[in-house]
Design a protein around this ligand. Structure first.
Ligand SMILES: *[C@@H]1O[C@H](CO)[C@@H](O)[C@H](O)[C@H]1NC(C)=O
Ligand SMILES: *[C@@H]1O[C@H](CO)[C@@H](O)[C@H](O)[C@H]1NC(C)=O
Ligand SMILES: *[C@@H]1O[C@H](CO)[C@@H](O)[C@H](O)[C@H]1NC(C)=O
Ligand SMILES: *[C@@H]1O[C@H](CO)[C@@H](O)[C@H](O)[C@H]1NC(C)=O
Ligand SMILES: *[C@@H]1O[C@H](CO)[C@@H](O)[C@H](O)[C@H]1NC(C)=O
Length: 952
């Protein structure tokens, strides 16, 4: 008998200590969570290690760090076990409408949590106070659930909270602000997004909520029950870009200092009971969308200063007590699309002028006192004058006297040059005419800057940015289809989305939860015109959809252990704990002992330790750790050479790691030469090398991480950063200085060979940094020319002389830089629709006219023509850079001097560093999103991992 117990103990001991070494309690709690859920992924097998292969689970060092299960069709409740996963950083359970019950207070134990995303589940009950304990939280989206009660004041303690979305719940109570020792939302001075719309919030908007310390960009309080007046402190929040206070019961005058909010793009104050004079908004010179409808302002004529709001696309002031004659100048606002001044007392003769905006779509003036219309016989807009004296004359048949039948646009993404196929049941023909099962849902844009829903190019830009973002995130997407854009009752733009799988005709679970996360976490960022959004995903029919009901735990070790007796278990736990501790210590020592340079493999002829200036040698483990095992979430770019990952070093520095894929690695000597070259280059306008990894067969380059992405992303609207003329000048100067350094000051001089807007990055202050010396060429010899065997570079930027002669000089970089300068003012690709930017500019320009008559080719978002001081000289420099022969082109040093001169003409100080300060705020402007998950960053595009030195 004694022998049997000893044997049993031994078996238990071995089982248990093995389990403790390889796994830990996280798995117990994860299994407990699973037991409370139905429809968990089939590979959530009780007998397998969750860290190796459970869909939606990611781990670091055996601890669960991320749970992402969007649109899995989960049902059940979130149990308190969640609070035990103490290393958890990301929790995304969005679009599982069957997850119900309360949000458990234990959620507050997750001290490491950065992203809490529970969009459109079925949660209800009050928000727990313990949310305020989530000290590392950056991103909280709890929108579209059934939460009740008030907003916990403790949320004010989450110091680094960036995104707070509580919209579309049933929250009541007032907006909490701090007082004495009680925290409040006014303390969230790093928050950029307060999205509280569609709740039942009551009481005043507290004056204390706002201060000049705040950095909010989106303030969305629409559709609540807020009362009292708008506090004047709102005017202190200079960073604001979108304000929605509509659909409340606000009263009183609009505070006059709202006119100080010069960065506001969209403002909705409609459907309140605001009184006093129509607010003076002359200061809001980038305002796109203004809705003041349904308020009881003092009777007044249409303010004449409306026509100074030159960026306006949409003006809505129905039922606001306007009278008198509508000024014709209003219609000359260049991008005006939609005017709604219905239900006022406008009278006299309507004259929309002959030079009205060519984007003008609809003018709704129903129920006014208008007696005549100057352009009655010839106009090409949708005009509504129903309910005006002009339509009450007997026998009128004018089109403007009847209501338009159907104003909704019927846009749908067209097939991509193919014939749509008839598909079997459930399948849908994709834009590429393949039958498959799409992931579907609805995108809700809360404040788009436009109101012309019929413009298909807007949807194309949305589609393209989405495809690109899914590509960057390496999601298995074939194509994306958008359809049926409409405005809903809350004035949100709603668009149906279908995402089609690539390869198979169905997504697997990893694909769906990845797509869901990309949209729930705002990793995908739409073009800036669409503004802020949320997504509601539908359930997806998985192929092996066999639902697994919670199986009982099969951890027999613990069961038997418990049967044998509690005290044995305690002994085993202690032993196991000691074992785990020893293992950890051993691993740490191993890392310390392995000298990085010892990893340099002498047998491959790499010739010993490289001579480095400041570049650090990293071990594979170090880089693996700071990228979460090179997790997909941290993947920020892909190219022929391999992938780019984002990571953060233990000291907090953000880095971008370029990791060569198998087959793209080069010889050890080449790699060493490259690192030596890169580590010598130090300039504020060049991305600098932090270190490298040459370990375990891997070759990686570690760069500083540049937060605001490429200049290309900003020009195309993808990054959401608006570049005005002064910012563009500073970027041109910075990039020119970086290249000048490579040519004139680096030793030996370096020719970049792939200068393009994709290789110029913008840091947090929008300082330009030239990146990717992937094709760089070191110039060792005296005559500074090289005959190369292989012409490298990017189409559209490539010097034709170099292409023909294969003679490489610095002037080839100058040519490419000239193309970059043209791109900076036109925001067009160098080659677009078969047109070459250099020829386009040469052909459209007329040196005798203002701005060389280039209005047609200039990027509309560059600013008003009157503000483009020095633009002509800028074009001159650009065109000299793209002269046919190198000898006619200036040097980079000449270019730097020229741009400095232009900046002086434009009234700028060329020695001031940042491009951001020209716009008064440093945050990258509208749509700029939380730093943690920005995906369009640092898109290295060079197809080469490292410098290829030509054989001498
Ligand atoms: C703004 O910040 C300053 C410095 O951090 C602080 O002293 C001041 O009290 C803050 N003001 C408000 C209104 O929060
Ligand atoms: C507007 O802002 C300026 C500068 O920040 C400030 O001097 C002025 O007092 C503000 N005006 C109002 C009405 O708050
Ligand atoms: C509106 O405000 C601007 C700037 O504060 C001022 O110059 C202008 O006179 C005001 N216009 C009206 C009509 O009050
Ligand atoms: C103004 O109020 C009316 C009546 O409640 C409503 O039908 C209309 O949609 C409102 N207008 C706007 C622009 O919200
Ligand atoms: C238009 O209305 C204004 C203000 O009510 C009034 O003074 C004016 O005489 C009216 N003009 C016409 C042509 O009816």
């Amino acid at each position: 008998m004694g022998a049997t117990i000893a044997q049993l103990l031994l078996i238990i001991f071995i089982r248990f200590s093995l389990a403790a070494a390889q796994t830990n309690n996280d798995f117990t709690y994860l299994r407990a969570l699973k037991d409370a859920w139905e429809n968990t992924p089939p590979n959530w097998d009780d007998n397998s290690d969750p860290c190796s292969g459970w869909d939606g689970i990611r781990c670091t060092n055996g601890r669960v760090t991320s749970i992402t299960l969007a649109s899995m069709g989960l049902t059940g409740t979130l149990t308190g076990d969640i609070g035990q996963l103490s290393e958890l950083q990301i929790l995304d359970l969005s679009y599982n409408k069957g997850l119900t019950g309360p949000l458990v207070p234990a959620i507050g134990n997750l001290k490491k949590l950065t992203n809490l995303i529970l969009v459109n589940c079925g949660f209800s009950g009050p928000l727990p106070d313990t949310l305020g304990n989530l000290e590392n939280l950056i991103y909280m989206s709890l929108n579209s659930n059934g939460f009740t009660g008030s907003i916990p004041p403790s949320i004010g303690n989450i110091e680094n909270l960036y995104w707070l979305d509580l919209a579309d719940n049933r929250l009541s109570g007032s907006i909490p602000v701090s007082s004495g020792t009680t925290p409040g939302l006014d303390m969230l001075i790093h928050a950029k997004h307060f999205h509280f719309g569609r709740n039942m919030l009551r009481g005043n908007i507290p004056a204390r909520l706002f201060s000049s310390n705040m950095t909010l960009i989106h303030l969305l309080f629409e559709n609540n029950q807020l009362t009292g007046s708008i506090p004047p402190t709102l005017g202190l929040v200079q960073s604001l870009e979108v304000i929605r206070l509509d659909r409340n019961q606000l009263t009183g005058d609009v505070p006059s200092n709202i006119n100080n909010l010069t960065g506001v793009f969209e403002m909705f104050l409609s459907n309140n009971q605001l009184t006093g004079v129509v607010p003076n908004l002359t200061g809001l010179n980038v305002l796109n969308y203004l809705d003041l409808s349904n308020n009881t302002f003092d009777e007044s004529s249409v303010p004449s200063w409306f026509s100074t709001l030159q960026a306006l696309t949409t003006l809505k002031m129905s039922n606001t007590n306007l009278d008198g004659v509508l000024p014709t100048a209003l219609f000359s606002i260049p991008q005006l699309q939609n005017v709604d001044l219905s239900g006022n007392r406008l009278n006299g003769t309507l004259n929309i002028g002959s030079a009205h905006s060519n984007q003008l779509q609809q003018v709704d003036l129903r129920n006014n006192q208008i007696g005549d219309f100057t352009q009655r016989s010839q106009y090409n807009i949708e005009l509504i004058l129903v309910g005006n004296p002009i339509c009450m004359e007997s026998g009128v048949t004018d089109k403007f006297c009847s209501l338009p039948t159907n104003t909704s646009s019927s846009y749908a993404t067209p097939p991509n040059n193919c014939m749509p196929t008839a598909c079997s049941s459930g399948q849908v023909s994709s834009p590429n005419c393949r039958c498959s099962f799409p992931y579907t849902g609805s995108l809700f844009f809360r404040a788009p800057s436009f109101s012309d829903l019929g413009n298909s190019s807007v949807y194309e830009s949305l589609r393209n940015s989405m495809i690109r973002s899914f590509g960057i995130s390496q999601l298995p997407v074939d194509s994306v289809s958008l359809s049926n854009p409409t405005k809903n009752l809350d004035d949100y733009l709603v668009i149906n989305l279908q995402v089609f799988p690539s390869g198979d005709d169905r997504f697997n679970r990893t694909g769906i939860l990845g797509l869901g996360f990309s949209l729930s976490n705002q990793t995908f960022k739409p073009p800036s015109a669409f503004g802020t959004y949320f997504f509601i995903g539908e359930n997806y029919e998985f192929l092996q959809g066999a639902s697994r009901t919670g199986k009982k735990s099969s951890n027999t070790g613990i069961v038997v252990g418990a049967a044998v007796g509690g005290c044995v278990l305690v002994v085993l736990l202690v032993v196991a704990g000691m074992y785990a501790f020893r293992q950890k210590g051993r691993a740490e020592r191993a890392t310390h002992e392995s000298s990085p340079f010892a990893l340099w493999d002498p047998t491959t002829g790499s010739g010993g330790v490289p001579q480095l200036k400041g570049a650090k040698a990293f071990s594979f483990e170090e880089l693996s750790k700071c990228t979460n095992n090179f997790s997909e979430i941290n993947n920020i770019g892909t190219g022929g050479y391999g992938m780019v990952y984002r990571g953060s070093l233990p000291n907090g520095q953000l880095i971008a790691i370029k990791r060569a894929k198998q087959g793209s690695t080069q010889g050890g000597l080449e790699f060493k030469t490259e690192i030596e070259l890169l580590s010598r280059v130090h300039h504020k306008n060049l991305v600098s090398l932090v270190g490298f990894c040459f370990d375990q067969g891997e070759q990686m380059l570690v760069y500083e991480y540049i937060v605001n992405g490429t200049v290309k992303d900003s020009l195309s609207g993808r990054s959401g950063i608006r570049l005005d003329w002064t910012r563009r000048l500073r970027i041109a100067l910075g990039a020119a200085k970086g290249l000048q350094y490579l040519h004139d000051l680096a030793d030996p001089p370096i020719i970049h060979r792939d200068v393009k807007t994709n290789n110029i990055l913008l840091d947090e202050r929008l300082v330009a940094k030239v990146a990717d010396f992937g094709l760089s060429k070191s110039l060792g010899d005296a005559n500074r020319t090289h005959v190369t065997t292989q012409v490298k570079g990017t189409m559209g930027y490539m010097d034709p002389e170099y292409y023909m002669t294969q003679q490489l000089t610095e002037k080839s970089d100058v040519y490419s830089f000239g193309v970059v300068l043209l791109e900076l003012i036109t925001a067009r690709n160098p080659i677009e629709k078969g047109k070459y930017i250099v020829r386009e500019v040469r052909q459209s320009m007329n040196r005798n006219k203002e701005l060389y008559d280039l209005h047609e080719v200039l990027d509309p978002t560059i600013g008003l023509s009157s503000q483009l001081k020095g633009l002509e000289r800028f074009v001159d420099v650009a065109l000299r850079c793209v002269e046919e022969t190198g000898s006619q082109r200036p040097t980079m040093a000449d270019v730097v001097k020229e741009i400095e001169g232009i900046m002086e003409i434009a009234g700028l100080n060329p020695n001031a560093e940042s491009a951001a300060n020209s716009a008064g705020y440093d945050e990258g402007s509208r749509g700029s999103e939380h730093p943690y998950t920005n995906d369009s960053l640092f898109a290295y595009s060079g197809d080469h991992f490292a410098t290829k030195l030509d054989p001498k």
